[in-house]
Design a protein around this ligand. Sequence first.
Ligand code: KG4
Ligand code: ZN
Length: 334
Amino acid sequence: MIKILAIESSCDETAAAVVSGEGQVLSNIIASQIPVHRIYGGVVPEIASRHHLEAIAPVVAQALAEADCSFAALDAVAVANGPGLVGSLLVGVSYAKALAMALGLPLIAVHHWQGHLAAVKIEHRIAPPYLALVVSGSHSGLLSVGAEQSRMLGMSHDDAAGEAFDKLARALGLPYPGGPEISRAAARGNRNAYDFPRAWLPGTDDFSFSGLKSAVLNQLNRRRMTGGPLSEQEVADLAASAQEAICDVLSAKAVAAAKREGLPLIALVGGVAANRRLRELLAERAAVAGIRVCWPSPVYCTDNAAMIGIAALPKFAAGEFAALDLNAEPRLPL
Ligand code: KG4
Ligand code: ZN
């Protein structure tokens, strides 16, 4: 059986996985640094790279142990080499290169977003053509995925969807990472309490979340002038209304693009794909349009190495290997 060790270290998760040539995930280990960065309200790049250095060897050892696999049984090493934080990426890339060289194995470079796109194949049998809505902390975009070629239809002009969630959470006094916190608070709130703006950007498949961010900050400033701290219910209402504005635009624009392009399926991927309201709205609207939807389990939505391994499989089959001068590319284009 072909076995590929995959490594992911682009942000604040040190992750390793072993996947089989048939696309089975044999192990998927994630060492999260969330508690370390939480006190700063976001990821501190220098601290992240130091923690990756400490975690990478034990995380790989655990991934191999859980897959009941030895170094000698591996057929290739795959690594996400960008985009991401350069100091974080460097740890994974250097480790993967050293391992590939020491074991005499082929090295496979994977674009981080290609990993997110591949995550949906772990639990679903899907074939192109389909529309991918990629929503993470660093990227929001709509991609038409074809059998031969994929085409970027649109992307965010400013903040990525996850970044918008994180910044809104911070403004509301909620901890990092903001997405899951907003989602939790929103569950107790009224999503129609505030009518926050939606940037529809007609005639494009692009997104913009900076206007929403300003509107929420203005609302908070106005409210604070009247004195007293925000009540838990006010935070919940603000979180629910802001979440609704983001999910409304993402789901409506994804369904409109899929309809226009004649694509029968929408794959929702990336960290924000874990959001329950986004899944609900997208499913509702896609059903009305006769379009199917699918998304990965939450553990495969946020950063993980299994998705990097799955994205590496076609490259392995095609003999598309990276040289040992592979570098970390913080702004790697898709
Ligand atoms: O894909 P990911 O793990 O990392 C990047 O490639 O950026 O995405 C992380 C982002 C964070 O911004 C986080 O707040 C967001 O995904 N996120 C969520 C949820 N879970 C994670 N956003 C909304 N709702 C969630 N449940
Ligand atoms: Zn990611």
